[in-house]
Ligand binder design. Structure first.
Ligand code: AKG
Length: 262
């Protein structure tokens, strides 16, 4: 019922992504936003407790393991905000329910041509006012050591808020997925090697300014990134990546094999 159309599949091949608008209703979005804020609060509160892991500083970024999620803290300490939490579904049922939502996984199944999928990763990104950019990167580079079947991975990104250039929407470089793994930045520390040197790529960046309730389905090698949030409101997205069959180690303890509906 929600499978990708021929036109969408062609766009995915040509551009590395396609978008559907109005996938989720305002009522559903309200529940997701409440879920996202609850997860953010739980993590901020738990981060100072003895059970939380130590903070790992990598270049200018801070990572921590909190409540079973890998947390990336905002670059600026005074914001006391988490920009990315992975996985997060286990921390709130209002987000967890999305993992098994056919509006997310059926298009992913059409793309990789598999009848059974499992969740590879689920991640909540929160960009508060003044929240920092995500430098240009490809998911493939991050995932190549963790995925059982890298080729089959498809990402979905659900917009919990309207996304605009001003609030730091995601930008993509259409067609960049065709170039495979691109070279990282040189002499820019450990993380720089994971960021894409966009001077080496042809193609013009496109701002995915879409309303809340839209979903972007995208290829692991699509070069993407985002800028600072220059508005007074948060910009939140929930990312679920699916893989063919199998189970990823992050999810091994909560088996999530999705039987494909037709
Ligand atoms: O949330 C964003 O703006 C960036 C998302 C992203 O690039 C990622 O999570 O890989």
């Amino acid at each position: 019922m929600y499978r990708a159309t021929e036109t969408e599949l062609k766009q995915y091949d040509d551009l590395g992504f396609f978008v559907r608008e109005n996938v989720f209703s305002e009522q559903e979005l309200e529940a997701m936003r409440e879920g996202a804020e609850s997860v953010h609060t739980q993590i901020v509160e738990a981060a100072d407790l003895p059970a939380a892991g130590p903070i790992d500083q990598v270049d200018n970024q801070r990572y921590q393991s909190v409540l079973g999620a890998t947390v990336k803290w905002e670059w600026q300490d005074d914001l006391r905000a988490v920009r990315s939490m992975e996985p997060t579904g286990h921390l709130d049922a209002r987000l967890e329910v999305l993992l098994d939502d056919p509006r997310l996984y059926q298009p992913a199944a059409s793309i990789n041509g598999c009848e059974t999928l499992s969740v590879f990763s689920d991640k909540l990104n929160v960009k508060r006012p003044r929240g920092a950019p995500f430098p240009w990167h490809q998911e493939g580079l991050y995932w190549e050591n963790g995925a059982e079947d890298l080729e089959s991975l498809v990402s979905t990104l659900t917009y919990l808020d309207d996304a605009t250039k001003e609030n730091g929407c995601l930008w993509v470089i259409p067609g960049s997925h065709k170039q495979g793994n691109l070279q990282g930045l040189k002499d820019r520390g450990v993380l720089g090697a994971l960021y894409t040197d966009v001077d080496l790529i042809d193609g013009e960046a496109f701002a995915t300014e879409f309303p809340a309730g839209s979903v972007l389905y995208f290829h692991r090698d699509l070069v993407h990134g985002s800028q600072t949030n220059r508005t007074p409101s948060s910009r939140r997205v929930f990312v679920v990546a699916y893989q063919a069959g199998g189970l990823h180690r992050w999810h091994i303890d909560r088996k999530r094999e999705v039987e494909m509906g037709r």
